[in-house]
Design a protein around this ligand. Structure first.
Ligand SMILES: [Zn+2]
Ligand SMILES: [Zn+2]
Length: 320
């Protein structure tokens, strides 16, 4: 599986790969998640932070209607911060899975879908939608509880933005899980493409689907932050402005944070070439959720934080 192929030249937009076929999936217009989510009822916090905008539509997929099943024996990190996923425990960690459908609105759900919204062109003339549509895609990883370091020095020569230049790159396709059950992809575009061009196809949640419909994020998104708000942990869901910024976890056990740590402090010390460092991830009460854990910070507004998901897999295994 590859990232979406979108070529943009200086003088004209040349759509290739994901543009080569307007692959409207039959599932994308059929009430996504309806079958999987049948019977799920809003949880106890329903209504506390429900849609702040125009209200929830019939059959709309939201944080209240998606299905969340997290094993009571799973680490607190998953129980506290994730929704719209299934987490089971394994001998060495957890298995985390979802149907990949964003629990928020997107242009890429397609006109007529309850979650459809117009593509936001007010962001600038560079922004143009790709022709793909969101499809149900099972995303599943095993994430170790005690990941083993590859002892890499994550330098700028390793983090080169080019696919296939290191055996330590995250795999293409789903390489992590966001807090809202959406796939995290690495920041590498297929050869000849550039994520800095592909980003102009992002919807207002900064996600997009490639031709096969597997919607994903490569960068910050208010989608995962809406999960934290739903849990009562933050107020503001604008990336860069929230009091806690956690976006998800990569398949090897590397969490992806933003401009804030889990305890609401700002990252301190030096960050490596992909915005990473290792320390205990504590909440503001001082509870350690993940001890000594390498993680990266997406914080494009800071000098050292990074704009995109990590490229280099710091820990040994990515099981999917
Ligand atoms: Zn992409
Ligand atoms: Zn940190």
């Amino acid at each position: 599986m590859r990232n979406c192929l979108l070529l943009v030249t200086v003088t004209s937009l040349v759509l290739a790969g994901c543009a080569s076929s307007a692959s409207t999936s039959s599932t994308s217009d059929a009430g996504p998640g309806a079958a999987l989510d049948a019977g799920s009822l809003p949880s106890g916090d329903a209504g506390t932070s429900a849609a702040t905008d125009a209200g929830v539509r019939a059959n709309e997929r939201t944080l209240d209607t998606c299905t969340t099943n997290i094993d009571a024996n799973a680490p607190e990190f998953y129980k506290r911060y994730f929704k719209c996923v299934t987490v089971t425990t394994t001998a060495t960690g957890v298995s985390i899975s979802s149907n990949g459908l964003p629990p928020h609105r997107s242009y890429y759900y397609g006109s007529g879908n309850a979650n459809f919204e117009d593509f936001d062109t007010t962001r600038g003339p560079q922004y143009r939608a790709n022709p793909n549509r969101i499809a149900t895609k099972t995303i599943a990883f095993g994430v170790p509880n005690t990941p083993v370091s590859r002892n890499l020095t994550v330098s700028s020569s390793l983090v080169d933005g080019t696919v296939g230049t290191s055996t330590n790159e995250y795999p293409m396709g789903p390489a992590g899980m966001a807090l809202d059950g959406v796939a995290l992809f690495n920041p590498l575009a297929a050869p000849g493409d550039n994520i800095e061009n592909e980003k102009y196809t992002f919807d207002v949640y900064d996600g997009h689907p490639p031709q096969d419909g597997s919607y994903h994020y490569h960068t910050t998104s208010k989608g995962p932050l809406e999960v934290l708000k739903k849990a009562g942990l933050i107020i503001t869901t604008t990336p860069g402005s929230a009091s806690i910024e956690l976006y998800g976890i990569m398949c090897d056990g590397t969490p992806v944070l933003g401009c804030k740590e889990l305890d609401e402090s700002s990252p301190s010390g030096s960050l490596d070439a992909q915005g990473g460092h290792a320390h205990d991830l504590n909440d503001k009460e001082g509870t350690t959720l993940l001890a000594g854990r390498y993680h990266t910070h997406l914080c494009p507004t800071s000098a050292t934080g990074r704009k995109f998901t990590p490229e280099i897999q710091y820990y040994s295994s990515c099981t999917r």
